[in-house]
Design a protein around this ligand. Structure first.
Ligand SMILES: [Zn+2]
Ligand SMILES: [Zn+2]
Length: 175
């Protein structure tokens, strides 16, 4: 998906609306939490802010199949975000600082795919959950506790509490 500054400049009001799909299936190999990714639907506006300054504002959404970090089952989820970026075709106007980035365009072309990909990766959950209260797997027998319960005794004393308990016992033996 590419927008050219010619397309923007040819509009009467300097605003070029766009919509389309971006295919990023290869992310499945790079991101261990994703097992499947539908095409990303992108829509937005590319506009001219000044004679050599342009801005793209976009919304993107897609359905991805992720792996739950607790129970390891896969589940579909909607991945959405909106963003905007500034561009220039003049080298002197390009900036890349912490406060502001103005990307320098090569051949007057804005390659949306790069930004769509970056947004998707930034908004991926770090530890995806199939549901907020997912019960996870039993550490003893591996049963999915969302589906069935098991009789394993997995109650463990919190190591910090165990230490406290030791201290208390020591104290008892001294006095
Ligand atoms: Zn889960
Ligand atoms: Zn178990």
């Amino acid at each position: 998906m590419i927008i050219t500054i010619n397309q923007i400049n040819q509009t009467a009001d300097g605003v070029y609306p766009f919509q389309g799909k971006v295919y990023l299936e290869d992310l499945v190999e790079e991101e261990p939490n994703i097992v499947k990714l539908e095409p990303i639907q992108v829509e937005g506006e590319a506009s001219r802010l000044d004679s050599h300054l342009y801005q793209v504002s976009a919304k993107q959404k897609c359905v991805g199949k992720l792996i739950c970090s607790r129970c390891l089952t896969t589940f579909p989820t909607s991945l959405e975000s909106s963003w905007f970026e500034k561009f220039t075709d003049k080298k002197e106007l390009a900036i890349d600082t912490e406060e502001e980035t103005i990307h320098l365009l090569i051949d007057g072309q804005i390659e949306l795919e790069l930004f769509v990909r970056e947004q998707l990766v930034i908004h991926l959950p770090y530890a995806p959950l199939c549901k907020p209260d997912c019960a996870g797997l039993c550490p003893e027998c591996g049963a999915n506790k969302n589906e069935k319960s098991c009789d394993c005794n997995t109650e463990r004393i919190d190591p910090r509490l165990a230490k406290l308990q030791d201290l208390l016992e020591d104290k008892d033996s001294v006095s």
